[in-house]
Design a protein around this ligand. Structure first.
Ligand SMILES: O=C(CO)[C@H](O)[C@H](O)COP(=O)(O)O
Ligand SMILES: [Co+2]
Length: 233
């Protein structure tokens, strides 16, 4: 495995940000050391919650956000929204394979639009969905909670599944990111990294971790994440 594939990325989920001042929140979290912006899209159909769509992604780009935007689609069907998010400035688009009638086609749509593509696995979704599309994914995202809400507890069974996903990625010889989403905290991120993850979504842990001295900064929690990860390299 090359060093580049194991560079650790911190991806705050804006699900836990203050939506009334979203542009400023994204600026603040990036200025505090975050690498990418995790953008949770929920449709009250595939998951029992309703969040934000392509207009908000476009608004963040117009606001001046240049960091990668990692769009996590929790919607069914997926294909029409893929086009909308490509136009809105998404960088990475991931979707749940159960929500697409034609997984290969959905992945191709994302790639054709110039974005990086990925599949998301719920806790009970088998990794076998990867079997015939490994060459069409840039990211594998393992949910460590059932999707739909922030602030849930990390499901420990995810650790073995991460190791299995890491084996599959390494065997493919491709540069595919392994992202984990749900309940990632300072006290478990090292263990999650040791299991094979290289990209860490954290919503409540980041946005509830404002610096005590400056409520517009998140440096302290992001530094704590990196300190934990430094011990894993
Ligand atoms: O996709 C998600 C929920 O479906 C969110 O990205 C995730 O829950 C992040 O929030 P937290 O870190 O608070 O668990
Ligand atoms: Co997410």
């Amino acid at each position: 495995m090359t060093d580049a594939t194991r560079d650790f990325l911190i991806a705050p989920s804006i699900l836990s940000a203050d939506f009334a001042r979203l542009g400023a929140e994204v600026d603040d979290v990036l200025a505090s050391g975050a690498d990418i912006v995790h953008f949770d899209v929920m449709d009250n159909h595939y998951v029992p919650n309703l969040t934000i769509g392509p207009m908000v992604c476009e608004a963040l780009r117009k606001h001046g956000v240049t960091a990668p935007i990692d769009v996590h689609l929790m919607v069914k069907p997926v294909d029409r929204l893929i086009g909308d998010f490509i136009d809105a400035g998404a960088s990475i688009i991931t979707f749940h394979p159960e929500a697409s009638d034609h997984v290969d086609r959905s992945l191709q749509l994302i790639r054709d639009g110039g974005c990086q593509s990925g599949l998301v696995f719920n806790p009970a979704t088998p990794l076998s969905y990867l079997d015939y599309v490994m060459d069409k994914v840039d990211m594998v995202l393992l949910m460590s909670v059932n999707p739909g809400f922030g602030g849930q507890s990390f499901l420990p069974g995810t650790l073995d599944k991460l190791s299995e996903a890491r084996r599959r990625i390494d065997a493919s010889g491709r540069n595919i990111r392994l992202e984990v989403d749900g309940g990632v905290k300072v006290d478990n991120i090292a263990e999650v990294a040791r299991a094979g993850a290289d990209t860490f979504v954290a919503g409540s842990a980041v946005f509830k971790g404002r610096n005590a001295a400056d409520p517009h900064r998140y440096d302290s929690v992001i530094r704590d994440f990196r300190a934990q990860l430094a011990g894993v390299r």
